[in-house]
Design a protein around this ligand. Structure first.
Ligand code: MN
Length: 264
């Protein structure tokens, strides 16, 4: 049997399952909120063109408005100034959109400390137990944040009450040293997270600011954000299929992200 016929058979008999890692996309999808003077993205919006009516009697369709970085999305190297000479989203080779993935689970630590940071030692300890990070694959960083994705304030880690002086954002991320190491020394293709961006909520105050964006995109690597259902993936052995739109010159794109998982 051919490899692809065997795969189709495995999907039909559920030896291989498809897990959707994508958050539903709607007007309430939480988006990053940058403080002044920085410009912000618009919320996702749908505008009806026609719906079986005078404007189009037999068909229904919408215009959509979205930023490239809304909901579950793919960060291309050119998104960051350090990667400005790198690939835009349309230039990412299709073969790189299908890659092995491993899951590092720090949901417990992140629940106890919303500013939790992944360190090199955490990854080293994980590798001692599960083997090396995948060459050309994704490091998927589980924090439990997907459970919050329909509650904007909780998801973004901000305290909506104006009386608080420390209003956040507080969301887990990756330390400066670990981000540099993942970018420059590890074999991964990129990092996938459950949070609104690959960097911690407090990463604006790091040196350099937003180290995941800075180092990974600067090294020609990628980011995947607002993933869901990482808890349904095995620690090793899943295959991720990421489908960003090939926006010519674009810095990223909303993406449908799926995982293939082998049942025991
Ligand atoms: Mn992004």
């Amino acid at each position: 049997m051919s490899v692809l016929a065997d795969l189709m058979d495995a999907l039909r008999t559920r030896r291989v399952e498809v897990v959707d890692l994508t958050a539903p996309l709607h007007s309430g999808t939480p988006i990053l909120q940058l403080p002044p003077p920085f410009a912000n993205a618009s919320p996702f919006a749908v505008e009806e063109i026609s719906r079986y009516d005078d404007r189009g009697p037999a068909w229904y369709w919408n215009d959509i408005r979205t930023s490239e970085h809304t909901g579950t999305h793919f960060d291309a190297p050119v998104h960051w100034v350090t990667g400005r000479d790198g690939e835009d989203i349309a230039q990412v080779a299709p073969a790189r959109l299908l890659a092995p993935a491993v899951v590092l689970d720090f949901a417990e630590q992140s629940a106890a400390d919303p500013d939790f940071l992944l360190e090199i030692d955490h990854v080293r300890a994980w590798e001692a137990e599960h083997g090396p990070l995948p060459d050309g694959g994704w490091l998927l960083y589980r924090t439990g944040w997907d459970a919050r994705s329909e509650d904007g304030a909780a998801f973004l880690g901000v305290d909506p009450s104006p009386s608080r002086t420390d209003s956040g954002p507080h969301t887990p991320g990756i330390s400066v040293e670990c981000a540099r190491w993942l970018a420059e020394e590890s074999p991964v293709l990129g990092v996938g997270v459950e949070t609104v961006g690959t960097d911690a909520g407090a990463a604006h105050s790091f040196d350099p600011p937003f180290p995941c964006h800075s180092f990974l995109l600067g090294a020609g690597k990628y980011g995947l954000t607002q993933l869901q259902n990482l808890a349904r993936l095995p620690v090793t052995g899943a295959v991720v299929i990421a489908g960003p739109l090939p926006i010519v010159g674009g810095s990223g794109s909303p993406a449908r992200v799926l995982a293939l998982v082998e049942n025991p």
